[in-house]
Design a protein around this ligand. Structure first.
Ligand code: PEP
Length: 250
């Protein structure tokens, strides 16, 4: 089974427009000859039009870190999928653990956002993962299954093909602690088996499952190099062009 890897940069709430432009000017030459994998960057909403403009003519995709599930309306502070599309965004993160932790996103909200993204042809990267206490008491598999089932509720196998899952153990995000390749592979196998049960075997076999959680230049090979790991969602190490390019070229 050959799944094209996706290496994605989550810039979180970092970078001004000038810093984003400088990143892209430094980054593109470093990955100019690289077409093995897909690359995507996820900047803050205010940066989206400028980043799309700076990346014009390259193969690097641009996505939002979050979208709202309604198409438009009186939802102060939110960004709609239609606005994302209108400025040239093609992807979105959904249910990042920071959204779940600080902004109260539930599996139900994640599910509504996933329906909206799929309806409008936006590639969704759905983030799931256990917190440390859940891992320590042996609940990782249950959490992953619950979050995946919650996200996929009401989504048919036919509609599910574009979905990308990011396995992000919450205890590894921004902490410098990484899952070992064995831990990540085990989690990815659980996710893929559950996707096969909820959707079907073919969709699950083709579904890209990324690993995220303190991916750095010095650990990316051992993680993304695994057959079960179809790329990475990178936070801290995606902020510098040199380190993100080195991860892209793992
Ligand atoms: C993330 O933001 O999804 C992430 C994995 O961050 P970091 O790489 O900094 O742990």
């Amino acid at each position: 089974m050959s799944r094209k890897a996706l290496i994605a940069a989550n810039w979180k709430m970092y970078k001004t427009p000038a810093e984003a432009k400088a990143f892209i000017e430094a980054f593109l030459p470093l990955v100019a000859a690289h077409d093995r994998d897909e690359i995507a960057v996820f900047p803050s909403p205010v940066l989206l039009p400028g980043v799309v403009e700076s990346l014009k003519g390259s193969a690097v995709a641009v996505g939002a870190q979050n979208i709202y599930f309604a198409e438009e309306g009186a939802f102060t502070g939110e960004t709609s999928v239609l606005q994302l599309k209108a400025v040239g965004g093609t992807h979105t993160l959904i249910g990042h653990s920071e959204r779940r932790q600080y902004f109260g996103e539930t599996d139900e909200i994640v599910n509504k956002k996933l329906h909206t993204a799929l309806k409008h042809g936006i590639v969704p990267v759905v983030c799931i993962g256990e917190v440390l206490e859940e891992r320590e008491v042996g609940e990782t598999a249950d959490v992953l299954k619950r979050q995946l089932a919650g996200a996929l509720a009401g989504i048919t196998a036919e509609a599910a093909a574009p979905i990308v899952i990011a396995y992000e153990p919450v205890w590894a995000i921004g902490t410098g602690r990484t899952a070992t390749p064995e831990m990540a592979v085990e989690a990815h196998k659980i996710i893929r088996a559950e996707a096969a049960r909820l959707l079907n075997a073919e969709i699950a076999a083709n579904m890209r499952i990324l690993y995220g959680g303190s991916v750095k230049v010095d650990n990316c090979n051992s993680l993304i190099g695994q057959e079960e790991i179809d790329g990475a969602l990178v936070g801290g190490a995606s902020l510098k062009a040199e380190s993100f390019a080195a991860i892209v070229k793992y």
